[in-house]
Design a protein around this ligand. Structure first.
Ligand code: TPP
Length: 283
């Protein structure tokens, strides 16, 4: 359980992360806005609570849970959550997408400590995560593997190979979190390639499914803890989020999938986010 005070603090952290995301994208002049803003609450729980085992001062800690970002394009939220947790200096966020930087436009495992995989080509993360979960179980280890995916990403066929395989092998040390924000690169998911009934699809392959409000810290925290307690089934958390969360002209707009704000838009986005709490980016 989280106390009201802890929740308030975590909500402020999520809004700090959102402000970081806007500042990073403005500086980079390219990148993705909607997905990262929508997933700020999930990443706050992943890196700023005890629901997931990790240690920013010791990224290779043997007992850490493994966080796999399959939808690598939303990495601004990953980087901001990691920086605010202490993996590296917040200052470094300004280097997003610069030549030679550790914060590449899609995560590069070999240059940034704390990353478990490189990603960018969507569709492969769940296979990697399932393989890791299987290997950890073979070694008798207790680490949990958490794989983040997009909903549009579910259109990739390889995901369904991993879904079948994880279900068959009863990988109860594996949790998938799907960003169910209903948008993808060029439209709404149900127009491009209908996914529903998504819950039933995962269930039919032997998964336990939990639907949550993916912008509610308490629901995210409880769902991850519950997922870790489920026995003999992998778990899929369907995190219903608002793409572009916190910035009114970005919310629910698929046009903001892969576009950064310009100067004026960033100013207005930061003004709106500041009213929701959290620190001004860089503070
Ligand atoms: C293999 C591969 N094909 C195409 C792309 C281009 N691409 C990047 S994100 C994306 C759509 C993903 O949709 P979703 O996961 O819902 O992203 P969201 O809009 O929620 O950020 C596509 C097609 C890619 N990165 N990799």
């Amino acid at each position: 359980m989280l106390s009201d005070e802890q929740i308030k603090k975590l909500e402020a952290t999520a809004n700090t992360i959102r402000q970081d995301i806007i500042a990073m994208l403005l500086e980079a002049k390219s990148g993705h806005s909607a997905g990262p803003l929508g997933m700020a609450d999930v990443f706050t729980v992943l890196y700023h609570t005890d629901a997931v085992k990790n240690d920013p001062k010791n990224p290779d800690w043997e007992e850490r849970d493994r966080i796999i970002l399959s939808n690598g394009h939303i990495c601004p939220v990953l980087y901001a959550a990691m920086a605010r947790a202490g993996y590296f200096l917040v200052e470094e966020l300004k280097t997003l997408r610069k030549f030679g930087a550790r914060l590449q436009g899609h995560p590069h495992r070999l240059v940034l400590p704390g990353l478990e995989t490189s990603s960018g080509p969507i569709g492969s993360g769940l296979s990697q995560a399932a393989g890791m979960a299987y290997a950890l179980r073979m070694d008798g280890k207790k680490n949990h593997v958490i794989c983040l995916m997009g909903d549009g990403e579910q259109d990739c066929g390889q995901i369904w190979e991993a879904v079948m395989w994880a279900g068959k092998n009863k990988l109860d040390n594996l949790t998938a979190i799907i960003d169910r924000n209903n948008i993808q690169i060029d439209g709404f998911t149900e127009d491009i390639m209908p996914l529903e009934p998504l819950r039933e699809k995962y269930e039919s392959f032997g998964w336990h499914v939990i639907d949550i409000d993916g912008n509610n810290i308490m629901e995210i925290y409880n769902a991850i803890n519950k997922a870790k307690a489920v026995y003999e089934k992998p778990v899929c958390i369907l995190a219903h989020t608002v793409p572009g969360k916190g910035v009114d002209f970005m919310e629910f707009k698929y046009e903001w999938h892969g576009k950064p704000p310009n100067g004026e838009e960033a100013k207005e986005a930061l003004r709106q986010l500041r009213t929701l709490g959290g620190k001004i980016s860089g503070e």
